[in-house]
Design a protein around this ligand. Structure first.
Ligand code: ADP
Ligand code: MG
Length: 356
């Protein structure tokens, strides 16, 4: 009893069996997860799977059909009881920065500070602008800033009222790839320095992995797996997670033993044991980094596609109509379409699912 109470106190945010949606139906179905103090969680999934809907429920804009949301051990949403958004101490940052165009950067950041005295407010705004590295632009207006700078203003504004939790809904999707990567790392560092917990919504797996401690992979309003990035990649719970997280595809195989599968790429042995009977038909996940060039190999699939990417080249190989896979080689290993290339599987994580 004591232990379960302690456990509950340790979570910053707890979502249990939550369902919610628009009108009668539920778009989000039976979602459960918990976030520790100071952690950054992520909702990752394809467009339309319900990520923003979950954030709306967390923020208090959407009532629950079933389940419960608790923040710091206090229930904030139950069916028929929704604590008002302004009473939750939850900050939000959206894709369109939604800054006030006629207010300066400093005024934007200080906008939510109502109870502070003028001098307190001024000091707090100055501190926050320093945290997001915009102290020199305090008196500028939003249109004078780049997209990345505007998003940092939006973050500073959300941080100003000292929220318990920050929700970020695809905050970087209006920015180009380079800036996205840099800003996501910046934001992670800012949140970690301040010890503020956050939930990031994104459809970009790299962003999720770079920025978050825990990631929920969502499909059709349900959580497929809630785990650390390493496990999502190496120990995906099901075929959807395996396909959505990271690159790769499946080839057909047949089990020879609990950790051994026979396929057109030869016998593949892995580090996890399955409970299948020998002879079970399975699909084996092959990631591009599982395949290595080996001049001595008898396995010589044919190059059917080639995508040059600077330091590396992505090849698509074919053994037969059923068995195609991709491989990523350093770009000095240069093969042409139609060439037969000796390769070998070098996968320490064997991931396979029973053929259905
Ligand atoms: P995501 O953020 O993952 O792209 P959303 O949570 O926005 O997905 O949407 C999930 C589902 O809910 C979609 O099918 C979408 O059409 C529907 N939806 C979103 N907003 C509304 C709304 N205001 N009214 C009715 N349906 C909505
Ligand atoms: Mg959305």
């Amino acid at each position: 009893m004591m232990q379960s109470l302690n456990q509950a106190d340790d979570w910053l945010l707890e979502v249990n069996n939550m369902s919610c949606g628009y009108g009668d139906g539920s778009v989000v179905k039976d979602v459960s997860f918990a976030l520790s103090h100071g952690d950054i969680g992520c909702l990752l999934g394809p467009s339309g799977c319900g990520k923003s809907t979950i954030l709306r429920a967390l923020a208090g804009f959407l009532p629950l059909n079933t389940g419960e949301i608790s923040l710091q051990g206090t229930s904030i949403s139950l069916p028929g009881k929704t604590l008002a958004p302004e009473k939750r101490r939850i900050g939000m940052v959206f894709q369109d920065y939604a800054l006030f165009p006629h207010l300066t950067i400093a005024e934007n950041v200080g906008f939510g500070l109502r109870s502070e005295s003028r001098s307190e407010k001024k000091q707090k705004v100055a501190e926050l602008l320093e945290v997001v590295h915009l102290q020199d632009l305090a008196n500028n207006y939003p249109h004078e800033l780049s997209g990345g700078q505007q998003q940092r203003v939006a973050l500073a504004r959300a941080l100003a009222p000292e929220p318990t939790l920050i929700l970020l809904d695809e905050p970087f999707s209006n920015l180009d790839a380079d800036l996205r990567r840099r800003l996501s790392l910046d934001v992670r560092e800012i949140l970690k320095t301040l010890g503020i917990s956050a939930i990031l919504v994104t459809h970009d797996q790299q962003e999720a992995f770079a920025m978050c401690d825990q990631v929920a992979v969502l499909k059709d309003g349900g959580i497929q797996q809630w785990d650390v990035p390493y496990n999502l990649y190496h120990e995906p719970a099901n075929r959807f997670v395996a396909g959505f997280v990271g690159q790769g595809g499946f080839i057909p195989g047949k089990t020879l033993g609990p950790d051994t599968i026979e396929s057109e790429l030869g016998v593949i042995r892995g580090n996890r044991a399955y409970r299948w009977e020998t002879g079970t038909l399975v699909d084996v996940l092959i990631r591009p980094d599982d395949i290595v060039y080996d001049a001595d190999s008898d396995l010589k699939p044919k190059v059917v596609e080639k995508t040059f990417a600077g330091t590396s080249t992505l090849y698509r190989f074919r053994c037969s109509e059923d068995t195609e896979f991709e491989a990523l080689f350093r770009s000095h290993l240069d093969f042409h379409l139609g060439e037969y290339v000796p390769v070998r599987v070098e996968a320490d994580h064997l991931i396979a699912f029973e053929r259905t």
